[in-house]
Design a protein around this ligand. Sequence first.
Ligand SMILES: Nc1ncnc2c1ncn2[C@@H]1O[C@H](COP(=O)(O)OP(=O)(O)OP(=O)(O)O)[C@@H](O)[C@H]1O
Ligand SMILES: [Mg+2]
Length: 480
Amino acid sequence: MGLHRILVADDEESMRWVLSKALRKKGYSVDLAADGNQALRQVQEQSYDLVIADIKMPGMTGLELLDKARELRPDLLVVVMTAEASMKNAVEAMKRGAYDYITKPFDLEVLDAIIEKVSRARDVSNQVAMLKQELKDRYLVEKNIIGNSASMQELYKTIGKVAGSDITVLIQGESGTGKELVARAIHLNSSRFGKPFVAINCAAIPKDLLESELFGSERGAFTGAIERKTGKFEQANHGTIFLDEIGDMPLDLQAKILRVLQEQEITRIGGSQNLAVDVRVVAATNQDLQEHVRNREFREDLYYRLNVVPINLTPLRERKEDIPALVAYFLEHTCAELEIPTKQCSPDTMQLLTTHSWPGNVRELENSIKRAVILSSDHLLSPSDFTAITNHRETFHAVPQEQSLEAIVETKLRSSMNGIEKLDKGDIYNRVLEQVERPLIRYVLEKTRGNQVRAADILGINRNTLRKKISELQIAIKKD
Ligand SMILES: Nc1ncnc2c1ncn2[C@@H]1O[C@H](COP(=O)(O)OP(=O)(O)OP(=O)(O)O)[C@@H](O)[C@H]1O
Ligand SMILES: [Mg+2]
């Protein structure tokens, strides 16, 4: 953060020497350029925080350098030095976007003051950027990855292993299995945290626009290119780019992506310069890329370059044990968003949700829960709130016919209660429990042929308690 790398451009050797000595002493890393053209090449290849440029230089003036350098790196700070204290130069420089100017000769104190100012400016702008990003990230971090199945645990381990390096990752999985979520998790857990995460969906953008989206374009590069546009790779500089649905990328673009991966540089459409970019690539697809490679629809070299570390996400139907936690998580989140108390699922609803095959994976589950929460007026969600699933015949059969006792009691109870407004106050709890206790005790006594000692044993209650219950609940004992 702040100010680290400085480029000094001046044709006067003594000036370069003085400046580099003073700046290095202060701990900055300093590069030198003897003219404007050389300076521009260096700006292109390195990422400087500040350029200090003399205005009068052979070949390219400092003002031209200022224009071109800022075109390449819009956020680059440039301080110009001018020998003549002419108003004109100073105004011109500021107008063109210089951060400040110094008139030569100057005391090192003047330089110190300017460096101090630049450093603060960079800190502030970095801090604002960081804070914004942090806020976004915090929101994203809250979007936890849920699930403890063996395949999810494997996934967490892999994320941990790859996050620390710049290794290219290819995430494969059916639609809705969480590919984007995982891509973000990799970014958030990497050293690039706080820097941009830029996602681009290669399938959603028309093929002839995709290239300029990715690499940017110069003004006039094609009809309609009225302005210079920075591409996603540039936007993602120092961060991570997420190439989503990479299986849909046209072959000619695949070659260009391969080049970025190998050279770490890009060229805007219509541009002649190569721009260095420092970007980590994470790609995803729900298609079988290997099959595409066999059919020559996907470049084999790119496939291997991307697939350094493969992550394959398991479909939800193959890790059903994760469903209850996901349900709880989505219930909590949806209700929090709506600012209502967290709704619950009845046991038979949970039964339904855990047995459904979820062709749309986690996304389908998430959407079903959102819909049910919004549409149901009840606190407890019942299977009828999930009609989209229950109408699905195949799943309907997949639901076991055998319901748990609790589910049956629950359904019965709810239908016989029919709204608490109508109930008498006072003793509902006992009255309801009696209705469960009575059949239970009756059943056990029947099976033990009226033997109260055995019945108490089976029920796990004291014999005296049983006797008391029998009289209270007025249970008739049938002895055959
Ligand atoms: N394990 C998980 N825990 C919590 N939420 C998840 C999980 N997996 C997916 N989700 C959620 O499900 C939704 C779909 O996930 P995501 O967009 O990452 O899927 P995808 O694989 O990229 O799908 P597609 O191929 O359709 O683009 C998102 O809202 C995501 O937050
Ligand atoms: Mg996706």
